[in-house]
Design a protein around this ligand. Sequence first.
Ligand SMILES: CC(C)(COP(=O)(O)OP(=O)(O)OC[C@H]1O[C@@H](n2cnc3c(N)ncnc32)[C@H](O)[C@@H]1OP(=O)(O)O)[C@@H](O)C(=O)NCCC(=O)NCCS
Length: 212
Amino acid sequence: MLKRSSSCSEGPAPADVVITRANDSGFGLPPAAWASTNPLNSKTDSRTPAIMITDDVRLGTNVLIHHPQLVNLYGCTIGDDTKVGAFVEIQKGAAIGDRCKVSSHTFICEGVTVEDGVFIGHGVVFTNDMYPKAVTPQGHLQDESDWEVLPTQVKEQASIGSNATILCGLTIGRGALVGAGAVVTKDVPDYAIVAGVPARIVGDVRDKHGNA
Ligand SMILES: CC(C)(COP(=O)(O)OP(=O)(O)OC[C@H]1O[C@@H](n2cnc3c(N)ncnc32)[C@H](O)[C@@H]1OP(=O)(O)O)[C@@H](O)C(=O)NCCC(=O)NCCS
């Protein structure tokens, strides 16, 4: 199924296609099978790279991925009707709910759970390790056994502005709004607007026009 769309949050008005897939199981075809149905992916032109959505990605129905060759999705779950922009990476163990928008250039790491109806702006960066290091004290490259993933939760209908950085082990409350460029270092209460570095509460979404 091919669709067109245009919106600030969904990348440039595409001349190319948005691909959706669905089947009766609710989570659709394995991505490899899906990729083989994508006419763009069948090109042999070296300028058309392979789709980087691994087989273990659980995609809901009608997930819209605007440029499937330009995302890096592995081991994650993406819910029904969610839209994913270009240059988004979503790591294994991350879960995105239904009807979310994940705008281009965003990084969602392991340990992040995004509930339904969440808006994530462009270039948002999540983290999962508060004291990251490349190597062990012995100087060997760290592997997964050398650090503990600190989970982060983004509650229903929250919005995260472009270029925000979300430190780990946090909860962003229901309906909350994180301002563009904020560095979130503490939990954000439900419906709070936070902005700045470090992010501070600057308002309440419910007081804003159209959100009553
Ligand atoms: C945080 C935000 C919601 C505030 O909106 P608002 O309540 O209408 O705020 P105002 O524009 O009236 O600004 C109020 C003050 O906060 C400051 N401010 C606004 N946004 C800010 C931000 N992101 N970071 C730091 N300060 C900010 C303003 O400079 C102003 O400061 P002043 O009182 O010293 O002049 C909004 O600016 C924002 O960042 N929205 C997210 C936009 C975005 O990323 N969209 C992504 C999709 S395109």
